[in-house]
Design a protein around this ligand. Structure first.
Ligand code: ZN
Length: 158
């Protein structure tokens, strides 16, 4: 496993649409492992392949209960909506509010090529939406309702 460099928001690769994975080979498996390591190292809760410069439909998420690797994730159902704060490893030192579905269903292939379906809500649903957007060249700042000043937030907590 190895750390990969996280691309920042000025990098045009983040604006490209990623291609579906057609064969789960060693390169894809290594990519998934590296993405989990890179996400953990950066203390992130999710990472999409274009953020490490690979235009493939691959994401990893970890809401604190262990990593989930998703190949070709597709959100098939959404319900409700919720506005909450998001940040992004590719957009450092910024955060803001985004409206996302409260619940969703996502289907994907696991590392063994088996189709999986998960019903997610709240924070986990938000992470999946954010990461799937990356696969379509969309950043959360495109959908941001209001920018949140992190310095003010931290001062408020003292
Ligand atoms: Zn992001």
């Amino acid at each position: 496993m190895a750390l990969r460099q996280i691309r920042l928001d000025s990098d045009p690769i983040l604006r490209k649409v990623s291609r579906e994975v057609t064969e789960i080979n060693d390169r894809i498996l290594e990519l998934l492992d590296d993405m989990v390591e890179t996400m953990d190292d950066a203390e992130g809760v999710g990472l999409a392949a274009p953020q490490v410069g690979i235009l493939r439909r691959v994401i990893v998420i970890d809401a604190g209960d262990g990593p989930i690797k998703m190949i070709n994730p597709v959100i098939t159902d959404e319900a409700g909506s919720e506005i909450d704060v998001e940040g992004c490893l590719s957009v450092p030192n910024r955060s803001g509010t985004v409206k996302r579905p409260r619940e969703l269903k996502v289907t994907y292939l696991d590392e063994n090529g088996i189709k999986q379906t998960l019903d997610l809500e709240g924070f986990k649903a938000r992470i999946v939406c954010h990461e799937v957007d990356h696969l379509d060249g969309i950043l959360y700042t495109d959908k941001m309702i209001e920018e949140i000043d992190m310095n003010e937030l931290m001062q408020g907590e003292e």
